[in-house]
Write a protein that binds this ligand. Structure first.
Ligand code: SF4
Length: 535
């Protein structure tokens, strides 16, 4: 019973942060239900968080600012930097994007040669400044700052237990659970206390911890989220160590990529050098495959592999699995571009930028007034009529989440004069939410959780729809030994508590997505899925 309540709490969080409520006007008519979905501008899984740390550089805070700037795509709601001059921690956190928060006058108040930073898109806890990171505490282990990318799946259980024992929480972020467990640890040094705390939590964490004279970089034993080590020469000829969510942050600084921080590894960086500590028993690796499909920048190396290379291969395999007679291949920019390049190369069909994205639409348009919402996708994308008119178009995108935006894009391409529109998606149908640090809609909001590809194709108004198979997705990232998490495509989760949520839903006799089912079973994750529809 207690476990079910906990699961409710976790599931409730994901409902709240999806930021939308599904409205079902007529559960007897599936199509009406789909049509009745609220208009949204950005129908993607949302990025989670980015972290960046520096040890041993006189301009540590400035470097962290630049690093966070390169990682802005991983979170745009709030950002923070904590620096150390060897005796004190100074910090600044605010809502908004990195560029607007860290003016030169702010950075001037963050002295020292050590610093960590965090850019956040809330995945647990609300959006308030209170939950902005890094979290800074002064406890029996000294002054400590933490920045966390990921999501803990047993945070609610720990929080309840800790509150019963008298802990007072300042935020509603899952990261604060680690802080309390750290403070309560009986271990005598910080690395042991950190290991003690982290061995009690479950889920995803790529974590940076700063003290007045040390920097820790930790990755959970399954390695859900990326974390990489780099280095940079200081003006004095010494080596400064850098840690980042993605290697693109090193490129901006002309820093050198050294290696990944391994799943289950804790790096302790101090004046004595770098110490690698295995703090947890080994677990099967579950690196997020969606980092390669959509989240990470294509110019990054993630899990030891070029993201752009993976995405182009996704497109090539998509073309092999779902060929179609067409005149041009058009990406949904920007994230669909590398896969569309791969599709065009493989199918020997001309690649055309038939949709132009307005890059100056800020995140403030995600939750606009009703009047602005009516513009929908047009605010962000505009078709190039001269390229599209009279053409048979293959439209390549990286995913379909709710389907509402994809539907508008298909209509936009048709209105621009396309003779045929064939939608190709460079991953399998997304049927299940993520519990590991990615902001996803609820299961019932995911169109593929309860609608067949045929139904989705009809809803989109496309001539055909083809999803990449799970086996090809794994092939594109060279996953020969099951090192990647694919739970949002399979509904099978590697951690117990999430599986409990799935089971509890089924055992109560309630289908996972009762209100949007319009006929057949959800598409299987394995095997290619292609649909052709006559128009
Ligand atoms: Fe990544 Fe999906 Fe796994 Fe979440 S469920 S970690 S988005 S692959």
């Amino acid at each position: 019973m207690e476990e079910f309540a906990l699961v409710d709490a976790i599931y409730g969080w994901s409902c709240v942060f999806a930021g939308m409520v599904y409205r079902n006007r007529d559960s007897a008519s599936g199509e009406a239900s789909l049509m009745d979905r609220p208009l949204i501008l950005d129908d993607h899984f949302h990025d989670h968080c980015g972290v960046f740390g520096v040890f041993g550089h006189p301009e540590a805070a400035n470097l962290v600012y630049l690093g966070l700037y390169a990682l802005q795509h991983r979170g745009q709601e709030s950002a923070g930097i904590v620096s150390s001059d060897g005796t004190e921690l100074q910090f600044h956190r605010a809502m908004g994007e990195v560029e607007e928060i860290f003016q030169p006058s702010v950075l001037a108040k963050l002295p020292g040669s050590l610093a960590i930073g965090h850019t956040r898109y809330s995945t647990a806890g609300d959006k308030a400044l209170l939950n902005a990171q890094p979290i800074v505490i002064d406890c029996n282990k000294g002054k400590v700052a933490l920045g966390h990318n990921g999501n803990l799946t047993n945070a609610a259980e720990h929080r309840r237990r800790l509150e019963h024992r008298g802990s007072i929480f300042q935020t509603n972020s899952d990261t604060e659970v680690i802080v309390h467990l750290l403070a309560r640890s009986q271990a005598h040094n910080l690395s042991a206390a950190l290991g003690d705390a982290l061995n009690q939590v479950e889920g995803a964490y790529s974590l940076l911890v700063l003290t007045t004279d040390e920097l820790y970089a930790v990755r959970d034993p399954r390695g859900f989220r990326p974390l990489v080590l780099g280095k940079l020469s200081t003006p004095g000829g010494c080596t400064a160590w850098l840690v980042a969510s993605e290697t693109c942050a090193f490129d901006l600084l002309d820093a050198q990529y050294v290696r990944e921080i391994e799943p289950g590894e804790m790096l302790r960086i101090s004046k004595c050098g770098i110490e690698s500590i295995r703090f947890a028993p080994e677990k099967s690796h579950q690196q997020c495959i969606f980092e390669h499909v959509y989240f990470s920048r294509p110019d990054s190396i993630i899990f030891g592999r070029s993201v752009n290379q993976s995405r182009e291969m996704l497109g090539r395999l998509l073309a092999r699995e779902h060929p179609v007679e067409a005149d041009i291949v058009v990406p949904v920019p920007d994230s669909g571009v590398p896969a569309a390049v791969g599709y065009a190369l493989e199918s020997k069909t001309p690649f055309r930028m038939g949709l132009i994205r307005n890059h100056y639409i800020g995140r403030t348009f995600i939750e606009p007034s009703q009047a602005i919402r009516n513009f929908g996708v047009k605010l962000k994308l505009n078709p190039v009529h001269s390229l599209i008119e009279g053409q048979r178009v293959v439209l390549v995108d990286d995913s379909i989440v709710r389907g509402t935006t994809s539907r508008k894009i298909v209509r936009m391409v048709r209105d621009a004069g396309a003779r045929e529109v064939h939608v190709r998606i460079s991953c399998p149908p997304t049927i299940s939410p993520c519990y590991y640090g990615v902001d996803t809609p609820t299961r019932e909001e995911l169109i593929a959780s309860s609608n067949s590809p045929e139904e989705i194709c009809k809803f989109l108004g496309a001539d055909s729809l083809g999803y990449l198979s799970l086996s090809s997705l794994k092939q594109a990232v060279a996953d020969t030994d099951g090192r990647f998490c694919t739970s949002c495509y399979t509904g099978v989760y590697p951690t117990d508590l999430v599986q409990l949520e799935v089971r509890s839903s089924a055992s109560n006799g309630k289908p996972c997505a009762p209100s949007v089912t319009i006929g057949s079973e959800p598409a299987p994750g394995e095997g290619p899925v292609v649909v052709h529809r006559e128009t």
